[in-house]
Design a protein around this ligand. Sequence first.
Ligand SMILES: [Fe+2]
Length: 367
Amino acid sequence: MPKINDRISEDKFKLILKVGQAFNSVIEIDRLFALIASTTSKLLEAERCSIYVVDTEQNMLWTRAAQGENRIVVPIGVGIAGVVARSGEYVTVDDAYDDPRFNQEVDKETGYRTKSLIAGPLINNSGEIIGVIQVLNNSKGRFSTDDEQLLRSLSGFAGNALDNALLYDELKKTFHSVLQVLAATIDAKHHYTAGHTARVADYSCGIAREMELHEDELEVLRVAAFLHDYGKIAIRDNVLTKPGKLSEEEYEEMKSHVVKTSEILSKMHFSEGYKEVPLIAGAHHEKYDGSGYPAKLSNGDIPLGARIMAVADVFDALTSDRDYREAMKPHEALELIRKEVGTSFDPEVFAAFENYFNRRYGPPSNP
Ligand SMILES: [Fe+2]
């Protein structure tokens, strides 16, 4: 926590508290990185700010490349960030290329030219160094002791927020691995469905990205896709794995897997952001014209995620082997799906699917 002293005016103190609250309101790690980096750069009048995370198992620090998606990994003890991660001391440098501790490799990788820099440790509530914050290229040419004081105040909040975000990230990974195990138990019931769930999740997210849905919506869709056929656990094996055509009664039983999916998922706790998961998963066999099941929903009454998943699910089924036919080529499946646009499938979703498809498989001449 910052203290009001001769270096930090009351206005600055209020601003730092406000920034601290903002840091703590973001739990998702990439967004937190972006918020800390942009706010700190602005307050310290710097060009860039990088946040490194300590990986104690690998004895490494990792970060995202500035304004990029690539991870940069540096050994602890190497470079100024590495030295800070080891010592826990702040380091201020006026000319990086004149300092033997500076690791020019990161600049080479990013194509950036570091001049002045200031770096400090990010510390969690248990007093452990969990990261390093590094601010680059002050607009006045060098960082002052006031800048270091300001960074010390900001990094207190940033360390706390990073600690929460890392914990959240771990929990999310655990949640996803549990989902993958649940999905695999269903997929493993029949060799036809091996890997089906993961592919449906993959295709669904590909379509959603084409539709420019928000990353949060993609996450909900991914979870719904992993659980969409979970109700098949309640379908008798002799129906689920029957080679050839199902009788009418067996088909009705098979169709009931979506209702079972909804029933099972209604017993599961989904936090606020995931509330739509059961609705999406339970509607993946609805058709755009209202002729699907179980609720005969149509058009916009079908959740968008379910309209997306309907295309992904059918595409994967068509491009997988069946007893009575071999897997279709992707372009044949695309044309078959096209014939049902407006009846089974939402035209807007199909347009996005076609863009995704072309990106993934190329034009029909290269099937
Ligand atoms: Fe299904």
